[in-house]
Design a protein around this ligand. Structure first.
Ligand SMILES: Nc1ncnc2c1ncn2[C@@H]1O[C@H](COP(=O)(O)OP(=O)(O)O)[C@@H](O)[C@H]1O
Ligand SMILES: [Mg+2]
Length: 522
């Protein structure tokens, strides 16, 4: 019996995005219990930080994990952010691919609009429990409490309950989720929060672990980074489909004004130039371009020489701030250095790399260095060896900087190395947002930042080595001084103690002074 085309057609059905992720939760990073618990915390905390920063509030965030039964945890994250208006709450937590950050080019932690709703979906899928959300804006008198479910066949929120309660004092949002998870101290929530505190020195984070212990990560600075601006797309790196959509949607009446008003770094002159190179009429209506013309336009957009995109849309941690953070987290290390590179561009997107190093002291000596990776101030905990940072670190020849390394592996020594990329669009290698794609432009900048920091480190290590050698010399001199004094005294008749004193003066003058000088230099 053959199955006919008509039979087969009967099986065709639309798939909602929630249903898709319900079956493919690993694609969002929820692929094992340990990682899933981390993802839930991470999505909520990242949103809290984004919201606080955007509305100019110094973040004060409380995270609590408690075990309900084996492999089931209650996760609570509360912030002092602006809160969420009642009419938006359902969609924010109960609809995948809904958010305020996707349609704009601005540096933020979230971008896809899939974060917190994915966590809600994961909770509902693994324990059947709805999300509980408390939120209060400055305008509201009372806190609104919601119980939210996701109707996965429709990808729409289902609000089970809304009521007024007394909970949040001024403004903010609190989310409670009950999820299947496993708690691990290493490479889990603890590490994530510690690293979050390093990359966000203006945030105060209070954490209660499942065993009841509490940690407060204090602020090391008390001012927010300067607010970032949104940017328009830059012509370099624009893709066909996006250009097509922009041509259809634009308010501009002519091709020339479309180019100069809807893109960054394109003025009237460059707009005319692009039209000329593309052999297109600058006064043509944008929506009337056919596919062949769009192709010509896109090619011309890549060839005409344009200014770089603006860089006031970026917010790096900052050299001084990163160093303060490292000193706060690793108070017993000996040496700190940080480097913020000037902004540059990949595929039309501005980005900036910074590297920080804490070295020596009580950091473990004979192990591979500890690497902390960040993208838009968010720690990347998993898939270390998949991304751009790993490539840049292992392809640097560390021996040149007095750091041990065998072949192209992770260097060995008492070092924590942080590497941060900020951009209006971070190219993650997957939806789980765990590693940055190793585009050559990005890897190159990372290597330059590492080399800059490593040069300074190497000067410190070389100085330390010199001091060590000098100290060893002193010990040898002092040992021989005693034996030589005896012999010289017998030969010359001068008192042994006198000769010893002379030797000691000589050593002090020549060698110990050198050590002092070296120490001063460091
Ligand atoms: N704690 C919060 N405070 C204020 N707004 C929030 C908070 N959490 C989420 N939001 C809003 O909900 C939207 C959706 O969040 P999310 O699903 O994590 O997607 P994304 O962060 O990628 O935009 C955000 O864009 C933001 O506008
Ligand atoms: Mg988010």
């Amino acid at each position: 019996m053959m199955v006919t085309a008509e039979d087969m057609a009967k099986l065709q059905r639309e798939i909602s995005v929630s249903e898709f992720f319900e079956k493919n939760k690993h694609l969002l990073g929820f692929d094992n219990k340990t990682k899933a618990l981390l993802m839930v915390v991470k999505e909520a905390v990242d949103n809290s930080l984004d919201a606080c920063e955007e509305s100019g509030i110094l973040p004060d965030i409380k995270v609590s994990l408690s075990q309900i039964k084996e492999n089931v945890y209650k996760v609570v994250v509360e912030d002092n952010g602006p809160g969420i208006p009642e009419s938006h709450v359902g969609k924010v937590f109960g609809k995948l691919l809904y958010g305020s950050k996707f349609h704009r080019l601005k540096q933020s932690r979230g971008q896809q609009g899939i974060g917190i709703s994915a966590a809600v979906l994961y909770a509902q899928l693994t324990t059947g429990e709805p999300a509980i959300v408390y939120t209060k804006t400055e305008k509201q008198k009372l806190t609104k409490k919601f119980k939210i479910y996701i109707d996965t066949t429709k990808n729409e929120p289902e609000i089970l309950e809304v009521k007024d309660v007394e909970k949040i004092k001024e403004h903010g949002t609190r989310i409670e989720l009950i999820v299947l998870g496993r708690y691990k101290k290493v490479k889990g929530v603890d590490d994530y929060l510690k690293q979050t505190s390093i990359a966000n020195p203006y945030a105060k984070i209070h954490y209660k672990a499942p065993d009841g212990t509490t940690i407060t990560f204090p602020r090391s600075i008390d001012y927010l980074p300067k607010p970032t601006k949104e940017m328009k797309p830059h012509p370099y790196g624009i893709e066909f489909g996006i250009l097509l959509r922009m041509l259809k949607a634009t308010k501009a009446r002519t091709l020339q004004s479309f180019l100069s008003s809807d893109f960054s770094s394109v003025g009237q002159t460059s707009a005319k130039e692009i039209c000329k190179v593309a052999k297109l009429d600058p006064s043509k209506k944008p929506s009337e371009l056919d596919r062949r013309e769009v192709e010509k336009l896109i090619n011309a957009m890549q060839t005409v020489k344009l200014q770089r995109p603006p860089t006031d849309c970026l917010s790096p941690i900052g050299e001084k701030e990163l160093e303060k953070s490292l000193k706060k987290e690793f108070p017993n290390a000996e040496f700190f250095v940080s480097v913020t590179r000037p902004p540059t561009v990949y595929r039309g997107n501005p980005f900036q790399i910074e590297v920080g190093i804490a070295y020596g002291g009580d950091l473990p000596k004979d192990k591979p260095i500890e690497i902390m990776r960040f993208a838009n101030r968010v720690p990347l905990i998993y898939q270390q060896s998949a991304g751009a940072a790993f490539e840049a670190i292992t392809k640097t020849s560390w021996k040149r900087y007095n750091v041990q390394q065998s072949g192209s592996s992770i260097p060995v020594g008492p070092m924590v190395l942080t590497i941060h990329m900020c951009s209006v669009w971070v190219p993650f290698i997957s939806e789980g947002k765990e590693a940055i794609a190793p585009y050559p432009d990005i890897v190159k900048e990372m290597k330059l930042a590492i080399q800059d920091a490593a040069r300074k480190l190497s000067r410190y290590i070389a100085g330390k080595r010199k001091i060590g050698e000098m100290k060893r010399k002193i010990q040898i001199f002092e040992k021989y001084a005693v034996a030589s004094s005896e012999a010289l005294s017998a030969l010359t008749g001068i008192k042994e103690s006198e000769i010893e004193k002379m030797f000691s003066n000589l050593i002090n003058k020549k060698v110990k002074k050198g050590v002092d000088d070296e120490q001063k230099n460091n």
